[in-house]
Design a protein around this ligand. Structure first.
Ligand SMILES: NC(=O)c1ccc[n+]([C@@H]2O[C@H](COP(=O)([O-])OP(=O)(O)OC[C@H]3O[C@@H](n4cnc5c(N)ncnc54)[C@H](OP(=O)(O)O)[C@@H]3O)[C@@H](O)[C@H]2O)c1
Length: 320
């Protein structure tokens, strides 16, 4: 069985990647925090920024596949600490890709916030124009990985889900606020294409199995404002929408200036795999169903018909 190294394995995404891929591969996670899933997982607790850590970890795992999820993801925090952001999101990514064994596929999880944000549904060939420190660091991370190895897959996304609880994610914060009827200000003029993290990891696995390379956008089916998303979540969960206060970027509330429209087109993903990206209402139903479920059970249950539930014809060529 090929060895797989998952960095950021104790994070929201990394945890779900480890849980899913452990069923098919010999997976070793690496993070500076312990494993939180219910099934056993092999973990190397290391800070990859420590001198020699990347070389040690790569030598210990000898991976055929690296899924690089470790990053500083706090957009406002990156704005306050640009040096830390570039160290973690850029330099660490380049160092890891250069340390990868020959022919090892390096998968880099990148951001939907790389574009100017004045048009909807950005495509992979659109020219990035990052506005935040986080986005600039992630884009530079993409470039270093692309330079380091031809065996790379860069997947840009925006996902939500249930994490270990160590840090509260947007989806968790929103759910808790709606459940306890605390007023939430949600932007009506800030757009994205969110995907439930379980739906994301199944599609990521599919991309890898189909031999995808290059840059791929993978988000949800609909472009929604944060406000739309909150209303959909409240309705799906049976909570009141009265506590949702429509808010505007112009009224402030964010430290780092964000692009207004971070929506991504996942058309290339659909052409490459023949599999559709999920509707938000369907993803939210699975999100709510999984709230009390252990991690291993969340990734067990495939969407009905997946991956045969094709809505677009598979492309003969999976490479980009
Ligand atoms: N969440 C989203 O919607 C979204 C959108 C676009 C792209 N992404 C990308 O997706 C990836 C995963 O995001 P996520 O939301 O799952 O983030 P997360 O929950 O914060 O997981 C990242 C994990 O990596 C760890 N880590 C950071 N630096 C490390 C280091 N030097 N050595 C070892 N471990 C380190 C983090 O620890 P600490 O918590 O201590 O830093 C955390 O446990 C990131 O590359 C992110 O940029 C996320």
């Amino acid at each position: 069985m090929p060895s797989v190294l998952v960095t950021g394995a104790a994070g929201l995404l990394g945890g779900h990647v480890v849980a899913l891929l452990s069923k098919a591969f010999d997976v070793i996670g690496c993070d500076r925090h312990p494993w939180w899933g219910d099934q056993p997982a092999r973990m190397l607790i290391r800070d990859l920024l420590e001198p020699g850590a990347i070389a040690d970890v790569v030598a210990a795992v000898n991976p055929a596949l690296i899924i690089h999820c470790a990053a500083l993801v706090d957009v406002d925090g990156c704005e306050q600490d640009p040096a830390g952001a570039f160290l973690c999101n850029t330099r660490m990514s380049g160092d890891l890709a250069r340390a990868a064994p020959p022919r090892c596929l390096v998968v880099y999880i990148s951001s939907d916030g790389l574009f100017r944000g004045d048009t909807a549904n950005a495509e992979e060939d659109d020219v990035p124009e990052p506005a935040t420190v986080y986005a600039r660091a992630k884009l530079e991370g993409e470039r270093l990985i692309q330079q380091a190895t031809p065996h790379h897959l860069v997947v840009r996304t925006n996902f939500y889900g249930w994490s270990s609880g160590r840090k509260r994610t947007f989806g968790e914060w929103l759910y808790a606020s709606l459940q306890t009827e605390r007023a939430v200000r949600l932007f009506t003029d800030f757009w994205f294409t969110p995907i439930y993290v379980v739906d994301f990891v199944h599609r990521l696995k599919l991309l890898i199995e189909r031999g995808a390379r290059g840059v791929v956008h993978l988000g949800g089916r609909e472009r929604l404002s944060k406000h739309d998303f909150g209303v959909l979540l409240a309705r799906a969960a049976g909570f009141s929408t009265d506590v949702i206060v429509p808010w505007s970027l112009a009224k402030g509330g964010l430290a780092a200036p964000r692009p207004r429209d971070m929506s991504l087109s996942s058309a290339r993903f659909e052409r490459m795999t023949g599999v559709s990206v999920p509707r938000c209402a369907d993803g939210l139903r699975r999100f709510l169903r999984d709230r009390e479920r252990p991690l291993s059970r969340r990734v067990d249950e495939l969407e009905e018909g997946f991956p045969g539930q094709a809505v677009v014809a598979p492309s003969a060529q999976t490479g980009v």
